[in-house]
Design a protein around this ligand. Structure first.
Ligand code: NAP
Length: 172
């Protein structure tokens, strides 16, 4: 059996790098949410506490939800809390191996992406076809260290504020 790999995302960022606004997403794009679900289902997901707070359904079903927080009194319902990223990855890896899941997905936000980028082998990123205002961005990363292995253009469909390009990047 191959060992599960760590992925950054799936995530969505605007042309100006924005991923969040006022504790939520700055857009509603149904097609991208469907993509997110299909890529993360039955895999452990790791997120920061604010991303957890932003979820409309908690926990996201069919996935082990692991939340990173420094707050010892934080006890979310049906999610596992870790105080360090290493601990979160170790637990996710054990679960993925047990379930035969091929990936562990780090789904945000800023600090979590920053922690995951040096260790990840793959990035799932939807490039939203818009410039938007927001208060959280995707941390910059050196694209020369990554090779694009898949690119799909999604025209704006019903239920989508914008169109987007879905990309899969793998570490060179
Ligand atoms: N577009 C996208 O793909 C996408 C993806 C994810 C999130 N978002 C958006 O991004 C925003 C949330 O992201 P964010 O960057 O503000 O917050 P976040 O990363 O989700 O959560 C930050 C919190 O995580 C905990 N944390 C962070 N680093 C830690 C560490 N090293 N050790 C232990 N705990 C740690 C802390 O929780 P405590 O304060 O509890 O200690 C911290 O306050 C929302 O607007 C959300 O909608 C967008």
């Amino acid at each position: 059996m191959t060992l599960p790999i760590l992925t950054v995302g799936p995530l969505a960022r605007s042309r100006n790098g924005v991923i969040g606004r006022n504790g939520g997403l700055p857009w509603r794009i149904k097609s991208d949410l469907a993509l997110f679900k299909s890529l993360t289902l039955f895999k452990p997901i790791i997120m920061g506490r604010k991303t957890w707070d932003s979820l409309p359904i908690k926990p996201l079903p069919g996935r082990m939800n692991i939340v990173l927080s420094r707050d010892g009194s934080f006890e979310p319902n049906k999610a596992l809390v870790c105080e360090t990223f290493n601990e979160a990855v170790d637990i996710a890896r054990e679960q993925a191996e047990e379930d035969g899941a091929e990936e562990i997905c780090v789904i945000g936000g800023y600090a979590l992406f920053e922690l995951a980028l040096p260790r990840a082998r793959r990035i799932y990123i939807s490039e939203i076809d818009a410039e938007v205002e927001g208060d959280v961005t995707m941390p910059p990363f050196d694209e020369t260290q990554w090779r694009e292995v898949r690119r799909e253009v999604h025209e704006k469909a019903e239920g989508d504020d914008y169109g987007f390009t879905f990309r899969v990047l793998e570490r060179v």
